[in-house]
Write a new protein. Structure first.
Length: 424
């Protein structure tokens, strides 16, 4: 009896320290790369956190994962097409697989890109050949599907559609990138169009038409609800009520690939792209007539900050990310001023750097699979530990995820799960 009481007390102590949180979409609850979980990283030893399981059968691809109610969702390429898969978070066993294309999409760096967005009993993905699909969470059956060709969809370049759809209330939004629908808002229940947003005419021919590789964010900057998206012709703000383009910021666009999801903080928007481009802080202001203007507060040249595709995270007024086209060197920048707090630092590993934040720490994942644990501080790059998982294949581009006290690292067909809570 005494042992039972002690066990219950121990479990209560653990549960009281850990706040578990689902990770229902690309970059988490708020699409900002941050988790509110606490009581983490106590299990992290010299060899990294202990492995729980390694799952197989995800298919080939670079998509990250979503985790909701003990089930993991992602996308991958198989011989019969691109598919969504569901995995049991406790065992790593694959629960179901549902193809969303008739064959494997063909483009450079073949594989899936879209992280499923989970909403109630449904989930939404974008196939890399250009379609938005709604599936049933229970068994993966397709509820509805819309081809991007409905809006003459196109990409700015040849690496496949990479967006993770945004569910906002009764709507789901995606970016076909076409002349008849740059961004579209659909009824999430049946896929019927609510509005389509078309890019306003411009005399600027230096950039490319089409969708970029980013995902939509919500902003209420300037007192107007809007959707902010990075496309071929730069960063755009689209009024949520009717799809009207409010503003466009072309300077951050390049002609190769515009990728990072922008950071939203009140009236401010931070945006960055690589391929020798740079970064900017914008302030959104009401124009007094129901519209919004975007004012450039500062611009950082490429040799100061250019984030390619590892993403950026804003913590206590400072941006943490990798910089350099293909280098991904860790850096910390004060968002308000653009001043570099530390970096670029070489760090462990090499190549692009993706990252996730939780419990005052940052987990960085490098291109070669190396994982670093950092204390999130603008004073210095405080690396507490690093390790390289037993399995690594090609380029480790899938963003890391923290949910339920566990760290998830996708590596093409495999998903590695690590325990972040000592004694759990």
């Amino acid at each position: 009896m005494k042992k039972i009481v002690l066990s219950i007390a121990t479990l209560f102590a653990i549960s009281s320290l850990v706040i578990a949180e689902d990770w229902p979409q690309w970059r988490g609850q708020a699409r900002d790369g941050k988790s509110s979980e606490t009581g983490l990283f106590s299990s992290w030893g010299e060899d990294g956190p202990p492995s729980v399981w390694t799952a197989e059968g995800l298919g080939e691809g670079y998509a990250s994962v979503s985790v909701v109610d003990g089930t993991i969702y992602t996308t991958g390429n198989f011989e019969d097409g691109q598919a969504v898969v569901a995995i049991d978070a406790n065992s790593g066993k694959r629960l179901w697989k549902q193809s969303v294309t008739k064959s494997e999409p063909k483009h450079s760096y073949e594989g899936s890109r879209s992280t499923p967005s989970v909403d109630g009993d449904r989930l939404y993905v974008v196939s890399s050949d250009g379609a938005i699909v709604c599936l049933d969470r229970a068994d993966g059956s397709i509820r509805w599907q819309r081809e991007f060709s409905d809006w003459k969809g196109k990409m700015m370049s040849s690496w496949g559609f990479s967006e993770s759809p945004l569910v906002d209330g009764e709507r789901v939004l995606c970016t076909p990138g076409g002349p008849q629908g740059l961004v579209v808002a659909l009824n999430k229940m049946d896929g019927e169009e609510i509005w389509r947003s078309q890019l306003e005419a411009s005399d600027d021919d230096s950039l490319k038409d089409g969708a970029g590789y980013s995902s939509i964010m919500i902003s209420n900057g300037g007192g107007v609800k809007q959707y902010v998206q990075l496309v071929g012709r730069g960063l755009v703000g689209i009024r949520a009520s009717d799809g009207k383009q409010l503003w466009r910021y072309a300077r951050v666009g390049n002609t190769t690939a515009n990728i990072p999801t922008p950071l939203i903080d009140g009236d401010q928007v931070f945006t960055s792209t690589a391929y020798g481009t740079g970064s900017a802080l914008l302030k959104l202001k009401s124009d007094g007539a129901g519209g919004v203007d975007a004012e450039e507060i500062y611009w950082l040249e490429a040799n100061q900050l250019q984030n390619k595709h590892g993403g950026m995270i804003l913590i206590d007024g400072h941006i943490y990310c990798g910089t350099g086209n293909g280098n991904g060197l860790p850096i910390c920048v004060e968002m308000k001023t653009g001043e570099i707090a530390w970096g670029p630092e070489r760090g462990k590993g090499k190549g692009e750097t993706s990252l996730v934040y939780a419990d005052d720490h940052i987990v960085m994942r490098r291109d070669d699979g190396t994982v670093m644990l950092l204390r999130a501080t603008p004073e210095k790059m405080d690396v507490l530990n690093s390790f390289k998982p037993a399995f690594q294949q090609g380029k480790s581009w899938s963003h890391p995820v923290i949910s339920g006290g566990r760290l998830y690292l996708r590596e093409q067909d495999k998903l590695m799960c690590f325990n972040l809570i000592k004694g759990a």
